[in-house]
Design a protein around this ligand. Structure first.
Ligand code: GLA
Ligand code: ZN
Length: 680
């Protein structure tokens, strides 16, 4: 059992607050005072400041203006609040772009950007790095002893890529380190294809619509390099912070499955994982699906720096301004959104944004305090309710999930799947949807789920699912072998074990190095259009396949179900292989959710993994966190209508009421319960 310390060492509470932009009100500072009162009234204890403040902090090169931030920090401290203090690198001031054009990003077509926007600086530029280092150092020195300093928020939503000459150079030296010789690189990238052989590293250019896009090894290397650049930039930014304020944790706000950065690599550098959660709630029964997908994102974002509690750094208190349809949140939905994060292991609930600005593209984005500037709004009242609720469930703080089932979601694998051309050439071959489908099916059975990547440890789990592990990274197949040998249950699927870490196919039959543990040879893969299906029957029930059907030959495995249609009728659609003390399943086709739900409920039962709560109706989910103060069960209803569940003997953490047996959950209700007696 693990109990983690609070994120900010002198704030033993859920962090509650959000992004605050006092620099937008420098001409109207009386508003700050009012904001502090409004924040306190809503139970807010932290505000994220400084995210886009560079031009207010350094209006001219080397001319620093920290006085206004001093005032804000003092106001926060004076009102018993903490700052999540951001480094300002997410957007640079005008003077810098003008004097040092090298800080401006260059796109794949080799065009340098003009000044404007945000999140668009060069990652290599020595000037940019030097400027960032200077201002971060000054911030750390100035606020190191300030009572309001609680945490560092590094930049904002790292993303994108830069193709400037400095980045090309850095890329080439990264390639030299990785491949050693150009001959080796040519071989690893299969450059004899279409006469793409290089004579020297100096000839290599990053992928470009004007040049090379079809060398998968190059594309993959560029993505790995870009991840490395962000990791390096993060380390660069945090160096003075860690040196000058060693006790203050650092984080960078992530964006669920954002493609451009392998978050498992970046996550290892963070003191806490944090992410920005913007589900497109629908206010109807489809919210059950929205919640189920959001659950996957929470588990993934916890996973990249887990299992310690993570943070929901941003979420909208009501409608955002950038979805296709920006719905308000019906009453109660805000509570569900906030507590769902906590249920999945977050020790914070934070919003974007605290107060709406008057101008700029986000002036109509949801905010705790709207342009009306009052606490007499529906949204403010709901925000205050969530604040009170978080205080009521304080015993949950620092506890963590202890799940027995994990699903693999791997960034490098998805990069390779994006490039691969076969079957259905949809976005990444439907990889994210496939992983989410497995996660959702497991969670629907009432099980807690971790999301890990191929580089993570498998020990400690009873069941690990690896849907579409097309790319097997070094050491992964060996880990699966050892895991199953020691009694674990591994679930593999179609499109697994096709390529190695350089995106070169395995020779000798798929699933390559997983062939022994799966006990099958996967000979060929059929693709079905949306009107085409195959069928199989398993344990007396009929199921439909879609998209992908692999034709496999059981070697040591045993067929559990066979295809019923077409020329491969009779070939196995599902197999199991006894291997050492454990078992490995191979699901040869993409199926509907009904099969995955039945399948995982069955294999969990076989493996002796009990659900946290059995018999969950549609729309209800549950998770568990375990800590010094007890075993906490979260039961969440994502429907705008009531929903009945059957509860074990528990005490409601916030009210102290005993509950057991039949319970009618109200629309969007979330129960936070402490189990009585033996914890599971
Ligand atoms: C992101 C950014 C914020 C803001 C919100 C709007 O998460 O980090 O600065 O733009 O989106 O939803
Ligand atoms: Zn660059």
């Amino acid at each position: 059992m693990a109990q983690y310390p609070p994120i900010m060492k002198d704030l033993p509470a859920f962090l509650y607050g959000g992004d605050y932009n006092p620099e937008q009100w420098l001409h109207q500072k009386e508003i700050w005072k009012k904001d502090m009162e409004l924040a306190q009234g809503a139970g807010i204890n932290t505000l994220t400041v400084g995210v886009f403040s560079w031009s207010a902090l350094e209006p001219r090169e080397g001319e620093y203006r920290f006085e206004w931030l001093d005032e804000v920090m003092d106001l926060l401290a004076g009102h018993g609040m903490k700052a999540v203090l951001a480094t300002p690198s997410g957007a640079r001031p005008r003077w810098m772009a003008e004097k040092y054009p090298e800080v401006l990003r260059v796109n794949g077509a080799r065009q340098r950007a003009l000044f404007g926007g945000r999140h668009n600086h060069c990652l290599t530029s020595p000037v940019y790095r030097e400027k960032v280092r200077a201002i971060n150092t000054l911030l750390a020195e100035r606020y190191k002893d300030h009572p309001a300093l609680g945490m560092w928020h590094i930049s904002n939503e790292f993303g994108g890529e830069c193709h400037c000459p400095l980045c090309q150079q850095a890329f080439r030296s990264w390639l030299k380190d990785r491949y050693g010789t150009i001959e080796n690189l040519n071989l690893k990238w299969w450059n004899s294809f279409w006469s793409h052989t290089y004579d020297s590293f100096d000839q290599i250019e990053s992928p470009s619509p004007l040049g090379e896009m079809g060398v998968h090894g190059l594309n993959l290397a560029w993505k790995r390099f870009t991840t490395q650049q962000f990791c390096d930039f993060y380390a660069w930014e945090t160096e003075p912070l860690k040196r000058i304020t060693p006790g203050v944790p650092c984080t960078a706000n992530l964006m669920q499955t954002y493609e451009g950065i392998n978050y498992f690599a970046l996550g290892r550098l963070l003191d806490r994982s944090s992410w920005d959660n913007y589900p497109a709630w629908t206010n109807d029964r489809r919210d059950a699906d929205v919640a189920a997908r959001t659950a996957f994102y929470h588990d993934l974002m916890r996973g990249v720096c887990g299992p310690k509690p993570f943070m929901m750094m941003e979420s909208s208190p009501t409608a955002v301004n950038w979805h296709a349809v920006n719905r308000l949140r019906t009453p109660g939905l805000l509570m569900l959104q906030g507590l769902q994060a906590v249920a999945h292991g977050s020790d914070s609930v934070q919003y974007f944004q605290f107060r709406s600005g008057r101008g700029g593209s986000e002036k109509f984005h949801g905010a705790v305090v709207t342009h009306a500037g009052t606490d007499q709004t529906r949204v403010y009242r709901e925000v205050a309710q969530v604040g009170r609720r978080l205080q009521g469930i304080a015993p949950v703080l620092g506890s963590a999930a202890e799940n027995k089932i994990a699903v693999i979601y791997d960034w490098e694998n998805r990069w390779a799947l994006r490039d691969a051309q076969f079957g259905i050439n949809s976005e990444e071959k439907g990889y994210e949807d496939a992983v989410v489908a497995h996660h959702v099916a497991i969670a629907a059975g009432g099980f807690g789920v971790d999301v890990i990547d191929e580089a993570c440890e498998l020990t400690g789990y009873r069941i690990v699912a690896g849907p579409m592990t097309y790319m097997l990274r070094p050491g992964f197949a060996e880990k699966v072998d050892a895991f199953v040998r020691q009694g674990g249950v591994y679930v593999s699927t179609y499109c697994s074990g096709w390529v190695d870490e350089e995106d070169l196919t395995f020779l000798g039959g798929f699933p390559g190095p997983l062939r022994a543990v799966t006990g099958v040879w996967d000979e060929e893969t059929d693709a079905l259009d949306p009107t085409q299906h195959n069928h199989f029957t398993w344990r007396g029930k009929a199921y439909e396949t879609c998209d992908y059907s692999a034709v496999v030959h059981p070697e040591s495995a045993q067929a559990l179900a066979v295809y019923e249609n077409g020329f491969y009728a009779g070939a196995p659609a599902l197999t199991v292989n006894a291997f050492g003390q454990g078992r490995c399943y191979y699901i040869a086709a993409r199926t509907r959710d009904d099969f995955l739900r039945d399948f995982y409920a069955y294999i969990a039962g076989q493996a002796g993994v009990a659900p946290l709560l059995p018999g969950l109706p549609f729309g209800v989910s549950c998770t568990q966190r375990v800590g010094d103060q007890g075993t906490f069960l979260f039961v969440m209803n994502a429907l705008p209508e009531s929903n009945a569940v059957c509860l074990p003997p528990c005490v409601a953490v916030d009210t102290g009421a005993r509950v057991e047996g039949q319970y009618e959950l109200k629309p969007y209700e979330v129960l936070v319960l402490k189990r009585e007696g033996e914890a599971r």
